[in-house]
Ligand binder design. Structure first.
Ligand code: SF4
Ligand code: SF4
Ligand code: SF4
Length: 307
């Protein structure tokens, strides 16, 4: 991706200021009441053994070509850091454990199903939607392939079917929306042999996470990732290591959609060409990156307050 030059930045910043005024009202108007019973998953990275059965089950559930389950015990895959893509909606990465080299830290990655998802706000045709139960899903029929959601997502989750020349789609974890409608658990949660993934009401899994940290302060760092990051996420994490060392982005507490919603409405009000919009979205990422240091300080303060 091309970096934004200074001239582009000022052009897009001016546009951003204009649409921010417009968007303040619409952002508020689009606030949706989420169910108090909305669901989530607690990922306990201290319990995950890195078997990658979750990767396999996710592929099977979404008709993505896969190898035999036996091959998932091949640990050479951990040599390279991997991101979810069109061939795997979730992946597990392994990180060194400085205090116990025999117990590496395994981290499963997928869409976080943000409470206030930037991808939803950035989508100009409403192809991505936040559901009352907390999941963020998309509609292939509405998607026009503009890929603004890819730029807006601070977790770099939505991916694109680059391999498909005809009718390519955006791809990401859909929280096994269809399975859950039939009363089944998400495929990854269902198969996890070590109960590293706990599905339940978001409020309940938060309570469990807090209890685990309280009971084992020698095992876990005092931080529930996703409790507050960018307004909270449906998938939350606990770990034995600081999250920035697990390649999880350090993010502010405020949700990003206020800006994204402004963009969405600005497009229609000012007929902004896609190239300008793309540059503005890049600006948002740049601003977000600048916030990292100050947020890192926030986390330290929070940890101090909680302990
Ligand atoms: S992690 Fe990214 S793709 Fe998933 S809901 Fe949040 S903004 Fe959207
Ligand atoms: S919830 Fe479903 S789609 Fe998401 S990672 Fe798990 S198995 Fe894959
Ligand atoms: S199935 Fe469970 S234990 Fe195995 S890698 Fe996935 S989350 Fe970890």
């Amino acid at each position: 991706m091309k970096n934004l030059n200074r001239r582009d930045f000022f052009k897009t910043a001016a546009f951003g200021a204009a649409v921010a005024t417009l968007g303040a009202k619409s952002a508020k108007a689009s606030d949706k009441m989420l169910s108090e019973d909305r669901v989530g998953v607690l990922v306990d990275t201290a319990v995950c053994v890195g078997c990658r059965h979750c990767e396999w089950a996710c592929k099977v559930a979404h008709n993505i070509p896969t190898k035999e389950l036996e091959t998932y015990s091949d640990s050479t895959v951990f040599k390279d850091y991997r991101r979810p893509d069109q061939s795997a909606l979730t992946v597990v990465n392994q990180f060194e454990n400085e205090t116990n080299s025999l117990l590496p830290v395994n981290v499963k990655t997928q869409c976080m199903h943000c409470e206030r998802p930037a991808c939803v706000s950035a989508c100009i045709v409403g192809a991505l939607t936040k559901q009352e139960d907390g999941s963020v899903i998309w509609d292939d029929d509405k998607c026009i392939g503009c890929r603004y959601c890819m730029v807006a997502c601070q977790f770099q989750i939505p991916t694109y079917d680059y391999d498909r020349s005809i009718d390519p789609h955006i791809r990401k974890c859909d929280f096994c929306h269809e399975r859950r409608k039939e009363g089944q658990l998400p495929a990854c949660v269902n198969i996890c042999p070590n109960e590293a993934l706990l599905f339940g009401k978001r409020s309940e899994i938060l309570r469990v996470a807090k209890n685990r940290i309280k009971r084992k302060p020698d095992v876990y760092v005092n931080h529930i990732y996703g409790e507050q990051e960018i307004g909270g996420t449906s998938w939350i994490y606990i770990a034995s290591k600081e999250f920035d060392k697990l390649k999880m982005p350090t993010l502010m507490k405020n949700p990003a959609p206020g800006i994204s919603e402004s963009i969405q409405h600005g497009i229609f009000a000012y007929f902004i060409p896609p190239v300008t919009l793309y540059a503005l979205l890049r600006t948002i990422m740049w601003v977000s990156t600048r916030h990292k240091n100050s947020n890192s300080e926030n986390h330290k303060d929070e940890k101090g307050e909680e302990s």
